[in-house]
Ligand binder design. Structure first.
Ligand code: 5AD
Ligand code: SF4
Length: 431
């Protein structure tokens, strides 16, 4: 989303406007993810839809942007089997978005374009992203990743780590505050590696949180190897930094963590979680899990279930291992067959859903500060918003307004959502 907003910012020079209707579009761009095979399959499905648009209007310029463009390069142009070659005009990797206006111009004249060079310096620091939400904003504070976890394609598709100018990030936050934004999420593949001059990520979080105390500050993602005490203290000490930490563990087995090149052990992770819980008792935690990594045994799998039981995360993103070409793990035998991967991931999902439901249930009767995001998809009488712990809450609108905070008393929950009613609105009036 953040990258798409940068692309829209780059194209927002008066020549182009955004349309919601694909039939009205002269240019169709799809920003892509390569992290797992099924992400790429979905893009191929989407390109199939663009084929219909292109056959109605052959003038339409179709572009594939982002990680899949980077990874597949010319292959996308020659993929006759899927018919992709005939419909894709532009292939633009994550560090070459600045070339889009000229590539689009050339494409009008029938010239296909491929721009996939990775950069050591590009941060799009001077580009103002075109944000369509007026409430929450993402800010990329760094790009790329130097971690090279053995399963992960990101270091190859998004290139080396580089941090954005500290002072320009602060300036951007100040401007968003003036425009009425109420939530800022600082983004990076590994935010703990942020460094600009003498400033580290904890310094950045502290300064950003002091810009406007009516704005909530979030961040994602942290790597358990690099999460510092200083950052934990900063989160604990600032009221408007959300007490929510996403800390991907991937596996509970030390042997698998080692093969994954994650650079920490399960006991390091456990200690870190204990430290976080001691400093921030009300913290909400979530994680990522990969199930079925090469050589994973039933015993390794049990260790993952154990650490989920023990930590009691509020939520988790859970994936079957997906081999990615050219990564170090690609050379390992993908020896956990798909049937076993399915059984294991089901066990993980069932356990985590039970824990998430229980964690949510514990919140019934308590009051939480919620930032209202908009109308509930299911009922026009209700709004949806999020707690500090990043949980979605549905509640009757009464006379509340999106983009403001309300205190919500939680009355019922399930594993994914909280339900409640307004306890106090932003003016402190009880209802
Ligand atoms: N297979 C499955 N999951 C993966 N992830 C990254 N690479 C892979 C892969 N090859 C997951 C990790 C990471 C999240 C963003 O995606 O859990 O934290
Ligand atoms: Fe991929 Fe995250 Fe590891 Fe970087 S830290 S290689 S983005 S899993």
């Amino acid at each position: 989303m953040a990258d798409s907003e940068v692309v829209l910012g780059l194209l927002n020079d008066g020549n182009y406007t955004l349309t919601e209707e694909m039939d009205n579009a002269d240019i169709v761009l799809v920003n892509t993810c390569s992290v797992r095979e099924n992400a790429e399959q979905r893009i191929y499905g989407r390109l199939g839809e663009f084929k219909a648009v292109k056959s109605k209007n052959p003038e339409v310029v179709v572009g594939v942007l982002g990680c899949m463009a980077e990874r597949l390069r010319e292959k996308l142009n020659t993929d006759e089997a899927r018919g992709v070659g005939q419909i894709v005009d532009l292939i633009v990797g994550p560090d070459e978005y600045r070339k889009l206006p000229s590539l689009i111009n050339n494409a009008w004249h029938g010239e296909k374009g491929v721009a996939v060079k990775l950069s050591r310096v590009e941060t799009y620091d001077d580009i103002v992203p075109l944000r369509t939400s007026g409430i929450s904003a993402w800010i990329s504070i760094m790009r790329g990743c130097d971690k090279f976890c053995s399963f992960c394609v990101v270091p190859f598709t998004r290139g080396r780590e580089r941090s954005r100018d500290y002072f320009n990030i602060i300036k951007e936050v100040e401007e968003l505050g003036k425009r009425g934004f109420k939530e800022i999420t600082l983004l990076g593949q590994n935010v703990n590696s942020y460094r600009y001059d003498k400033y580290d990520f904890a310094d950045l979080m502290k300064t950003v949180s002091e810009v406007d105390e009516s704005m909530r500050i979030r961040f994602t993602t942290s790597h358990p190897h690099d999460m510092s005490d200083k950052l934990i203290e900063t989160i604990a000490s600032k009221n408007n930094i959300c007490k929510y930490i996403h800390l991907p563990i991937q596996s509970g087995s030390d042997r698998i963590l080692d093969l994954m090149k994650r650079e920490y052990t399960s006991s390091h992770y456990r200690n870190l979680i204990n430290k976080i819980k001691a400093s921030i008792p009300e913290v909400s935690l979530s994680t990522d899990i990969i199930s079925g990594f090469p050589t994973e045994t039933e015993e390794d799998h049990r260790m993952t279930l154990e650490i989920l039981e023990e930590t009691r995360f509020d939520g988790a993103f859970m994936f079957k291992y997906s081999p990615r070409e050219n990564t170090p793990a690609w050379k390992m035998d993908d020896d956990v067959n798909d049937e076993i991967k399915s059984i294991r991931i089901n066990e993980i999902v069932m356990l985590q859903n039970k824990i998430s439901a229980e964690r949510n249930q514990e919140m019934v009767g308590t009051v939480h500060k919620v930032l209202i995001e908009g109308e509930s998809k299911k009922s026009s009488d209700d709004f949806h918003g999020r707690t500090e712990g990043n949980k979605i809450v549905i509640f009757p609108k009464e006379n509340s307004i999106p983009g403001t905070y309300v205190d919500i008393k939680i009355t019922r929950t399930n594993s994914a959502t909280l339900f409640g009613h307004i306890y106090k609105n932003h003016k402190g009036v009880k209802s």
